[in-house]
Ligand binder design. Sequence first.
Ligand code: A1D88
Length: 732
Amino acid sequence: MHHEPESGSSTSGKSKWTYFEPVQVTEKGVAVIRINCPGKMNTVSDTMRAEVERLWKADVESNASIKAVVFISSKPDNFIAGADINMIKSTPNKADLKRVCMEGHDTFDVIAKRGIPTVAAINGACLGGGLEWALHCDYRIATTSKKTVLGLPEVKLGLLPGWGGTQLLRPLVGLQAALDMMLTGKNIRPDRALKMGLVNETVDPASLERVAIQAAAELAAGTLKPVRRAKPLAQRLIEDTPAGRAVVWKKVTETVAKNTGGHYPSPPAIVDCVRHGYGAPTKRAALEYEAQKFSEMAATPQSAALIGLFDGTTALKKNPFGAPARRVETVAVLGAGLMGAGIAQVSCEKGLRVLLKDRDAASVSKGIKYISDNQAAKLKKRRATKFDTDLALSRVVPLADDDTLWQRSFAQADLVIEAVPENLDLKHRVIQQAEQYLPEHCVFATNTSALPIADIAKASTRPQNVIGMHYFSPVPMMPLLEVIPHAGTAKEACAAAMQVGTRQGKTAIVVKDVPGFYVNRCLGPFLVEACALVEAGVGLEKLDKAIKAYGLPVGPLTSADEVGMDVAHHVQAFLAAADLGERMGGSDAGIMREMVGKGMLGRKAGKGFYVYEGKKGKRINPEALAMAKGIVKQDLKLSTQEIQDRAISRFVNEAVMCLQDGIISSPVDGDIGAVFGIGFPPFLGGPFRMLDQRGAAAYADMMRGFAERFGPQFEPCQLLQDMAASGKKFHS
Ligand SMILES: C/C=C/C(=O)SCCNC(=O)CCNC(=O)[C@H](O)C(C)(C)COP(=O)(O)OP(=O)(O)OC[C@H]1O[C@@H](n2cnc3c(N)ncnc32)[C@H](O)[C@@H]1OP(=O)(O)O
């Protein structure tokens, strides 16, 4: 689409508004309303919404020369990032949010009443209430900037699109695409948004304002008519007939039930709102229903938990050590196995130069293949462009020990991440070998899940530069990073490691240098309890199902099979020998030891607790079942709730113990670590949020009851007892 530029805007000086620039009116009568909320992001609060209505009434409504309006942002990287989450959180009576939503509609009614076309000129994040703002407009133009994303992510906060999203999106993109967007909360990039009919045009960022003004003028003149994407016949048959829609409702209801396990109320509420829209007597009635449901969702503990995780993730984007004096540009990764290649991938994708080194060309090639295969997959799924993937790969320099090129290249490294196997001697050797060629300032990070960082640092001539960076596997998928300074690590090294982790897209928490760090330390007692439960007569399948039903992605037995029985057993044995004392009691995990001895190492060996039969899937391993039956001490006939509480309380108590001992520095870190590290149910918000919601006193009582019945490993730690006695909450 071609638009002629228009010149000669008039402006009215310094803004009298808090959230908007002064309205500019062009010669052809296009009013440009620039959104400029205080702070980094534009968000829609009740006060911002009220102000746009005042602005409209003061500067637009009675100005007859205005023929069309463009809404545009003054911020470099966001249009509107949604409703103000702080407003949602701080509304004490969530029922009041219905009024907030409905007043939003009143404002858009005021705007619509003037009868002039409105254009949303979108650059950067256009999310949630921000996209709903754009949906209320007559025309949407998005820039092709990498920063431009459109989406309705409310579901990720346990909410639903409450400013018309469940009603206004469907007519543009179709029922199925609308449901997909709202139920996944995924970001839509501009090219996709154009294809699906979400926006009318895409433009280069430099042209956005000019094109938007021109489009507005043409809409006003009637020379431009917004075209709705035509639906193919098959889509019409499904979406536009009651019989077709019945199929959609059935399918979507089943998918929602399967994906949420019944733990999340907002996805079914979204489906309900969309469905309600078809039968509602008026558009207003449908919007009122949606607003009612929005306020109900905002009052759920699940929403509070998910918003808590959003806040925690946002807070952790800020480096607690401040920006390092020297920005890391080149990262050397030692070891091109699964871990090393994953670390190299997330680094090169985010613009870091990577020196990937392994023993020989064959080993390093495997790592390169891993990265290039993943890039090809991203390209295929359109998660990246050819240019992005080519650029990422071009940043990786493959290096091998048998070619001295690595020695010269290492002189450029700012930070090394070693990911060689877990063997102290080997780690010492690689540190000493690398240090000969590394510059003085280079930080040396070690990716270990078990070895003390202080011990690894002993081999270094610059121990102040040594730090732990514990990634989780598979690195490109897992969002968490534990950053572990030892007692002698310099602040500058901590700052650099945190900055690199955040740049790699990880949420990084700082953890003390103790056995298991945080996540594995909490997993230890949980794994032991899984074995103890088998000894208490809980069937293998029942155990896995009970923990999955609690909301973890998989049960402990599947988890042991996936990470490998040898690895799981090693973690358990290592922690049993460490400083956790009685807290690792309850079982000696003999079943795992025996399974390792028999080569039942889990998925990688084709059998563990389950037998893996290729396409046929998996079934309980009869050999493991026989072993399990053989170790039952007394069948206690535990209920599902008892199984869940016994296993989860061991994890939770250890998490609180970590806070008590300063291994983690806050409940926020503890919650994020548990949710992002092991998949602790997000709808519970993490162990600390869960304790706040369930009540520390009730939880401590339950654990004391278990301690009496099953042993001292259930004794609640001091901090949990203190919180129980004081009635205080971990999160204020
Ligand atoms: C009925 C309608 C309901 C809704 O609309 S619910 C809200 C739906 N919207 C969202 O869920 C989007 C939330 N925001 C984000 O996902 C990210 O942010 C962005 C992708 C937009 C940008 O990410 P990045 O560039 O990394 O910035 P950053 O550090 O996350 O945020 C900078 C500051 O902006 C605040 N912020 C962002 N979005 C909102 C929001 N919707 N309400 C209130 N504050 C918001 C953050 O907290 C932080 O603040 P600080 O600098 O003080 O730490």
